[in-house]
Design a protein around this ligand. Structure first.
Ligand code: PLP
Length: 387
């Protein structure tokens, strides 16, 4: 079969491949601790599930407007306005099946072939994949462990120029758990305004912060007009399988994204939109319980990883990932991730699955029980001491 040339430029997410390999080992009777996939191990809070069931029973089983029903766009606009301390309305909101399409649609709508897009590296692999797919030039912005995975200001200054169309930022970050500080956001804002760039601000882990409050770049004067906030329900409400996410952006862009949605998926499942309203406007105590549990797991995994010979792990400020440097084990990250899967029965990801600047690191998702994390730490320690 002859494929379109652009298909050769499409990347992927290694987590799904490792999951398949880990499941194949389990099918052979091996015990595997899953620290590869980035999804909460909790069930969706029952008030949200009940809202979806009730909507189904009421017959909410038909097409809706592509951007979402007015009530859900209003609920999202209110949530974003309150949580970010900005003012947005339903006309700025687009609901999508998962938050991922916001990346794809934003890049499709704004990036022409040859346009430069700066993206975090190591970072969520779909940014680079989508930039390349549309024919843009993907310009990696290194995140530095010695800066707790913030970028170096001089490095960013040197990368932005008049060909830069978009700057992608992500805080809290996947795969490092790092958080951008206000001074980092101020620099991005200054450069974006000077060079007339759009900012895609991936804030999907906004509610999962442990030490400091989240800051959105949209609070900086002049930035709401040129920023797309990406957020969703997957991580905050343990709803990965529902596929519910959204973007908040200037109205003229929201209209074009709605057109992309019409062309692509028509609309998000109608009954889920009622569950989304319940998620945002119903009780939030389970979100806080999950956050506290993630924090306890974070402290446990980081302490344990730092006791393993050759591992050096900084304390991540958010999300649910630990990203230790493993260079002092003397092994390459790809080799080590494979060794840990087969020798220790611990599924994890090589750092370069998140870009070249991830080489020498391993990503562990601590979205698993403390018991399983403890088991994984013991298994990793035993396997590394055998090297
Ligand atoms: C940084 C980041 N952005 C976006 C997403 C996509 O989320 P969703 O599952 O809602 O599409 C993920 C999922 O892993 C992520 O880590």
């Amino acid at each position: 079969m002859q494929f379109a040339e652009r298909m050769s430029r499409l990347g992927t997410e290694t987590a799904f491949e490792v999951l398949v390999r880990a499941r194949a080992l389990e099918a052979q009777g091996r015990s595997i601790v899953h620290l590869e996939i980035g999804e909460p191990d909790f069930d969706t809070p029952s008030n949200i599930t009940e809202a979806a069931i009730e909507a189904l029973r009421k017959g909410e089983t038909h097409y809706t407007p592509s951007a979402g029903i007015p009530q859900v766009r209003e609920a999202i606009a209110q949530h974003i306005s309150q949580s970010r301390d900005i003012e947005v309305g339903p006309q700025n909101v687009i609901l999508t099946p998962g938050a991922k399409p916001i990346m794809f649609f934003a890049i499709l709508a704004l990036v022409d072939p040859g346009d430069e897009v700066i993206y975090p590296n190591p970072g969520f692999p779909i940014y680079e994949s989508m930039i390349n797919f549309v024919g843009g030039k993907a310009v990696p912005l290194p995140l530095r462990m010695e800066r707790e995975f913030r970028f170096d200001h001089d490095e960013l200054r040197a990368l932005v120029n008049d060909k830069t169309r978009m700057i992608i930022i992500n805080s809290p970050q996947n795969p490092t758990g790092g958080i951008l500080e206000e001074e980092d956001l101020r620099l991005v804002a200054e450069l974006a305004q000077k060079h007339d760039c759009i900012v895609l601000s991936d804030e999907i882990y906004e509610r999962l912060v442990y030490d400091k409050p989240h800051h959105s770049i949209t609070t900086i004067p002049g930035m709401l007009e040129r920023t797309i906030i990406l957020d969703g329900f997957s991580k905050t409400y343990a709803m990965t399988g529902w596929r519910l996410g959204y973007g908040v952006m200037p109205e003229e862009l929201a209209q074009r994204m709605a057109k992309l949605a019409t062309n692509n998926h028509s609309c998000v499942a109608s009954f889920e939109q009622y569950a989304a309203i319940e998620a945002l406007t119903g009780p939030q105590d389970e979100v806080e319980t999950m956050r506290q549990e993630f924090e306890a797991r974070r402290n446990m995994i980081v302490e344990g990883l730092n006791q393993i010979p050759g591992f050096r792990c900084v304390m991540p400020g958010g999300a649910f990932y630990a990203f230790p440097n493993i260079e002092e084990t003397g092994k390459a990250s790809e080799w080590l991730a494979d060794y840990l899967l087969h020798e220790a029965g611990v599924a994890c990801l090589k750092g370069e699955a998140f870009g070249e600047h991830g080489r020498g690191f391993i990503r562990f998702s601590y979205a698993n029980s403390r018991k399983n994390i403890q088991e994984a730490l013991e298994r990793i320690d035993t396997a590394i001491r055998k090297l």
